[in-house]
Design a protein around this ligand. Structure first.
Ligand code: GRF
Length: 205
């Protein structure tokens, strides 16, 4: 299956996927990296692995419509069948979400539906978990739909909250779990090993 990885940040999840491919564990083709800011750390990682990079952001276009058309053109050009968001800080435009229904994966650094939704990303999630006093956090891989952090859940893993945690410490522990697990969801979806029954994603991950 031909995948596009979308990333805006450091790209450590993207790197973890590349490493799993290199190790022979992940069998999807990562055909293109899409970024919305040229400063994304993921860009250097893509270049090192000779993966083409598309830099596409709404500010490059006069209208939202043109931006969406361009994004769609790029996805078509690379024959993309699955979109894997790995720290992509921008919501994908509805026409793309609809065209790729149940074919967009996202990873959230918390256990949804808690500590998710609009504005809940990055350090904010970990701070909210600590402020609430939760004892367990974790990761959620889910299909993206029209609402933030809402689509059917593919995979979740719990990560303990420890006494003395700061948002940074918790973030580092959660990120490790992301690296260890995101590829499993990508592989299962890429292999067609899962199916969606209502909100439930069933099958072997
Ligand atoms: C991860 O914590 C991911 O869950 C969130 O953004 C972060 C991306 O980190 N959506 P990186 O860019 O993969 O290092």
């Amino acid at each position: 299956m031909r995948c596009a990885v979308f990333a805006s940040g450091g790209g450590s999840n993207f790197q973890a996927l590349l490493d799993r491919k290199e190790a022979g564990d992940l069998h999807v083709d990562i055909t293109v990296l899409v970024v919305n800011n040229s400063g994304a750390g993921a860009v250097a990682r893509a270049k090192k692995s000779s993966i083409p990079v598309v830099h596409c952001a709404p500010s490059h276009f006069q209208t939202e419509k043109r931006y969406i058309e361009s994004l769609q053109q790029h996805l078509q050009q690379y024959g993309v069948e699955l979109i894997v968001c790995a720290g992509y800080m921008k919501r994908l435009p509805p026409p793309v979400v609809h065209a790729f229904r149940n074919r967009i994966l996202n990873i959230h650094p918390g256990l949804l539906p808690a500590f998710g939704g609009k504005g809940m990303y990055g350090e904010r999630v970990h701070r909210a978990v600590l402020d609430y006093g939760a004892k367990i956090s974790g990761i959620t891989v889910h299909f993206a739909d029209d609402e933030y952090d809402h689509g059917p859940i593919v995979l979740q893993k719990a990560v303990p909250v420890r006494d003395g945690d700061t948002p940074e410490k918790l973030a580092a522990r959660v990120l490790k779990a992301e690296h260890a697990n995101y590829w499993r969801a990508v592989e299962a979806v890429g292999n067609g090993r899962v199916r969606i029954e209502g909100r439930r994603v069933v099958g072997r991950i």
